[in-house]
Design a protein around this ligand. Structure first.
Ligand SMILES: Nc1nc2c(ncn2[C@@H]2O[C@H](COP(=O)(O)OP(=O)(O)OP(=O)(O)O)[C@@H](O)[C@H]2O)c(=O)[nH]1
Ligand SMILES: [Mg+2]
Length: 683
């Protein structure tokens, strides 16, 4: 059995923008807790959490890393996550495994894009949040200004729990033992601000506090947890991961103030499908059935599959038999590991709150729920909202015959990363990988060559256009075939109408009196869906429309499925001819990071691509982030152009915003081109 119980566990994810110092901080925490003899370094490639060869080469994290260590009477599971927006899949997943999100802010750069997004995502997920301002040792940092900015951006509930002192060489406590001088602000004021905020969640304590003028830290414990859970308090603390200032104090804050698995908000599990799904509570009780959630999967060509999971209920043992989701057949755990970066350390049992891993169980997929009783079949965790990847590349293997292996490797890598999608475009016969940015895909491609030894060529993929309709129309078709023996007969009347953008496709059955027998309705829908998939105007899938089948005819002998598939297809085509079909193109949100003096050129270039800039954020250090929207089709060679404008220093990422109409002239050209290709193919 573990040497600690659930209430001694803390689970923490270090999140925040790239280069904020999360990996360095993880190193300092491991060192100060006694888990490693000396802190490693990201810059020298010796950090426990940046162990991957590519991470060492790029000098920043590409994947989340899991470590654990003891401090005082607690056992801390810590997940270090990558901060660049390009690798968000990994960072978001980590939020599903912890009670507390520690948002690390770079004192030199201030609030950055991922800082903002993580604060939001962690709150949406019901996590307790804490802000750590790192690099307080660095030159030219404005800590009072940054604290004010944080309170402006994230609310007055962001209150310092310690303050820097000795010129960034140490910190002074403002909560337990508020005494001493800080570099700025007043320790006493910070203390009362904290206590005032905490007692607000407990009326009785508030009355006592008003009467006595003080309450003890012990009395504050429960309301402190409550305030964290409610988002009524976001403690802010200061550290230097480099010189160690504030690191031991941070460990103490984790141990004494951050929630244990019973004190955090309950994890969002539900049971059942669709509208019938009901929320269920996982109880952090080691004696109940097991419920564990797989938040990370890694596939290594030599080691096989590793699945990291967080236990929410029950005890997972070496000899446990666990089911995967609603699977019928259990697997035997066999070897149970705790992870320390790349090291796997065997353990006997894991209680609620523990983060552990199993290897070589191929059936386990990301986001699976592991459990040990059929009572927990169909239990799922509320999905995280991942950005939709839009940065695509078409890949082809260099060696003929490698096609199958390339698809296998891509499928493996995509199974680890929810922000990586692999499509096979049958029309163009090309395999397209989509990720969040050029950097994201570059890291994937590097891995394919270095780890899986695959050689391939890349080129820009076809833009994923869509088709829709802009007017209502009716359609009718009678499919009749008399060929010697049994005939075919089916007749369908339908109406089609446009739906709002993003609504997808709806099929409505309004056929009365069995004129199309009930069992043939799916055949009608099937025929319609065939057209939907292959497109009408230019060969792209159709969306945002409703089809209502309302009348038809059948024949007692000759009506069969094929006949209604054909009638459905033809009736739909008939309606489409009058429904003013239109082409839609993906519009992406784009973020470009560049130097101040390049803003004009970048904005000008974007507008020449039919895009616009909607806003910008100062990132400090002379850099700015521009936010805008632009049609994906206009981003051909954007990476090259940005490189030229910024002398290689600029970077960008894109994600789908919405679909919008293609300009009329272009629509006409694309439709004509499609028509020509179709006639050529038929000749
Ligand atoms: N001056 C100073 N530099 C620091 C401190 N902590 C980290 N750094 C430096 O900041 C850079 C980025 O540190 P990392 O620990 O890799 O940052 P990260 O947040 O893990 O970055 P990603 O993995 O890309 O998200 C490295 O060069 C570190 O040496 C600090 O406390 N003070
Ligand atoms: Mg890192």
């Amino acid at each position: 059995m573990p040497k600690y119980a659930t209430d001694a566990i803390r689970t923490i994810a270090l999140v925040g923008h790239g280069a904020a110092g999360k990996t360095t901080l993880a190193e300092a925490l491991l060192h100060k807790s006694g888990a490693i003899p000396a802190p490693g370094s990201v810059d020298k490639g010796t950090a426990v959490c940046d162990f991957d060869p590519l991470e060492k080469e790029f000098k920043h994290s590409l994947a989340s890393a899991i470590v654990n260590f003891g401090h005082r009477d607690t056992h801390i599971h810590l997940i270090d996550t990558p901060g660049y927006p390009d690798f968000l899949g990994q960072s978001l997943n980590a939020l599903a495994a912890v009670e507390t999100a520690v948002v690390v802010v770079n004192a030199q750069n201030g609030i950055e894009m991922v800082t903002q997004r993580m604060m939001q995502w962690a709150r949406d997920r019901g996590l307790c949040r804490m802000i750590v301002i790192n690099k307080i040792d660095a030159e030219n940092v404005d800590l009072p200004g940054l604290l004010a900015n944080i309170q402006n951006a994230f609310g007055k509930e962001c209150l310092p729990i310690n303050l820097p002192a000795g010129g960034g060489g140490k910190v002074v406590d403002c909560f337990f033992n508020p005494a001493g001088e800080a570099d700025f602000s007043s320790v006493a004021d910070a203390h009362s601000a904290l206590v005032d905020q905490v007692v607000e969640v407990d009326e009785k304590l508030m009355a006592l506090y008003l009467e006595q003028g003080e309450v003890s830290p012990e009395q504050l414990h429960a309301p402190f947890e409550q305030a964290l859970r409610d988002g009524h308090l976001v403690p802010v603390c200061f550290v230097s991961a480099h010189n160690g200032a504030g690191v031991t104090e941070l460990l103490d804050i984790f141990a004494k103030l951050m929630p244990n698995p019973a004190e955090g908000n309950p994890p969002p599990f539900y049971k059942g499908e669709g509208a019938n799904a009901v929320e269920i509570r996982a109880e952090p009780d080691p004696k109940k059935h097991v419920i564990a959630h797989v938040f990370k999967v890694v596939i290594d060509p030599f080691v096989g599959k590793l699945a990291a999971f967080r236990v929410f209920q029950g005890t997972v043992r070496r000899d446990s038999q666990l089911f995967i989701g609603d699977g019928r057949k259990p697997f035997k755990v066999g070897h149970l590991f705790m992870l320390q970066g790349k090291e796997h350390i065997e353990t006997d049992a894991c209680v609620p709150g523990d983060i552990a891993a199993v290897t070589k169980v191929d059936e386990i997929e990301l986001d699976a729920v592991l459990h040990d009783s059929h009572d927990e079949d169909f239990v799922r965790m509320r999905p995280l909202a991942f950005p939709e990847p839009m940065f695509g590349l078409a890949l082809a293997p260099k060696r003929r015959g490698d096609e199958g292996r390339m698809s296998d490797v891509l499928a493996k890598i995509a199974s680890e990363d929810p922000t990586l999608v692999v499509d096979h475009d049958a029309v163009q016969n090309e395999t397209v990988v989509r990720g969040l940015s050029e950097l994201h895909l570059r890291s994937v491609l590097e891995r394919m060559t270095s780890q899986f030894r695959l050689e391939f060529t890349t080129r820009p993929p076809r833009v994923p256009y869509r088709e829709t309709i802009t007017a209502q129309a009716a359609g009718h078709a009678r499919h009749k075939k008399q060929t010697g023996g049994a005939g075919q007969f089916g007749e369908v009347y339908l109406r089609i109408e446009p739906l709002e953008r993003g609504a997808g496709f709806e099929f409505v059955d309004q056929v009365k009196g069995g004129v199309i027998p009930h069992q043939f309705i799916p055949a009608v829908e099937k025929g319609i869906r065939e057209v939907l998939a292959s497109g009408y105007l230019a060969g792209f899938p159709m969306q945002d429309l409703r089809v209502v089948a309302y009348d038809g005819k059948h024949h007692p002998v000759d009506s069969k499925e094929v006949a209604f598939v054909a009638a459905g297809r033809k009736a739909f085509l008939d309606a489409l001819a009058r429904a003013q079909p239109a082409l839609l193109e993906p519009i992406v949100r784009i973020e470009v990071v560049c130097a101040h003096n390049q803003i004009g050129d970048i904005a000008g270039d974007l507008s020449s691509r039919r895009g616009h800039v909607n806003g910008s954020d100062e990132l400090g250090g002379g850099t700015t982030r521009l936010r805008g929207t632009v049609p994906l089709a206009a981003l051909d060679d954007y990476a090259g152009r940005l490189k030229a404008i910024t002398q290689g220093s600029g970077s960008y990422s894109i994600e789908l915003s919405h679909y919008d109409h293609v300009p009329p002239a272009q629509q006409q050209a694309m439709a004509q081109d499609y028509e020509r290709r179709r006639t050529d193919a038929n000749d």
